[in-house]
Design a binder for this molecule. Structure first.
Ligand code: SF4
Length: 298
């Protein structure tokens, strides 16, 4: 950790880490957050190098927003399976099929897919962004559960493309299991991420992104929470509310892709300035517009 700090100072680098990272990575991060917070942070840093401890689409978003900076990812196999469910060809196909509808994509999509959409959103601002997209019919993807959540909160017709996109980690939570834990701890608040199935969201006391969950726990008088999102997030919640108990709604909800980054890999990444996240200039330009639309409207 000391070596990483030294290299960071020498190279004027900054480490951005997602909330699902390993505890030791969270501890060395200059900034920790969800996709929206990390995107905003990427626009505000004056560092020359951004080391992004998250999955591919997050590092790509940092590169889209910072074409003049070096964006590095410690392990280039950190890919999001949900983002891979939406190839750019499919976005173009639906564009032709629904010529009058607008396309909003979840930030959990590849840059080449984002390049063909009108707006990007995160789980923290999906309803607000879709509300502001100038169309009553909105094509949305890759997460069908977030599409249903947005439809419920906006009253717009949402067409999911493809109609089966999902996060394999948030799919692991079942209504039966969360109800069982809730019955065992009736005084606890059940917080659910909107990528979970709608029947799990229905029984939650609170549905929201990780940043919204954190804000809620910091202002709540309750000191017991059941958390239905990737288990790595409990470390951050516990650090911020030492007086509270946080229980995972499913202890094996682990995103193996997020966990690929280790301290050793962060050190090597900084030392050798690899692996650089690069995108074709045309994709960079096309994808910047919908990402900036989101940041301006957030
Ligand atoms: S938690 Fe789900 S959406 Fe997030 S990176 Fe992992 S697989 Fe992708």
């Amino acid at each position: 950790m000391e070596k990483i700090q030294k290299l960071k100072r020498e190279k004027k680098a900054v480490i951005l880490a997602h909330n699902y990272q390993r505890p030791e990575i969270q501890d060395i991060a200059d900034f920790l957050g969800d996709s929206l917070e990390l995107s905003l942070c990427a626009t505000q840093t004056d560092a020359k190098i951004i080391v992004f401890c998250g999955v591919n689409f997050m590092a790509e978003t940092a590169a889209i927003l910072n074409p003049e900076k070096k964006v590095l990812i410690p392990d280039r196999n950190a890919l999001c399976p949900m983002a891979s469910m939406l190839p750019a060809d499919l976005v173009r196909l639906y564009r032709r099929k629904y010529p009058r509808a607008k396309i909003a994509l979840y930030i959990n999509s590849l840059a080449e897919a984002k390049a063909y959409c009108d707006a990007v959103c995160t789980s923290a601002n999906a309803a607000e962004i879709i509300d502001r997209v100038n169309s009553d019919v909105v094509l949305f993807d890759p997460d069908v559960n977030l599409a249903k959540y947005a439809e419920k909160h906006t009253g717009k017709k949402i067409v999911p493309i493809p109609p089966v996109g999902f996060c394999p980690v948030h799919k692991l939570f079942s209504r039966g299991e969360v109800l069982r834990i809730k019955r065992m701890h009736p005084d606890a608040v059940l917080m659910v991420h909107p990528e979970c199935n709608p029947d799990v969201c229905e029984v939650a006391n609170f549905v929201g992104s990780t940043s919204k969950m954190l804000r809620k726990t910091l202002t709540s008088k309750v000191n017991k929470f059941i958390i239905a999102t990737e288990v790595g997030y409990l470390y951050r919640l516990e650090k911020n509310r030492k007086d509270a108990t946080f229980m995972p709604a499913y202890k094996d909800a682990v995103c193996v892709n997020m966990k690929l980054h280790t301290l050793e890999k962060v050190y090597t990444c900084l030392k050798n300035e690899r692996y650089r996240v690069t995108l074709p200039p045309r994709i960079l330009d096309m994808a910047r517009k919908p990402v900036e639309f989101m940041l301006k409207t957030s």
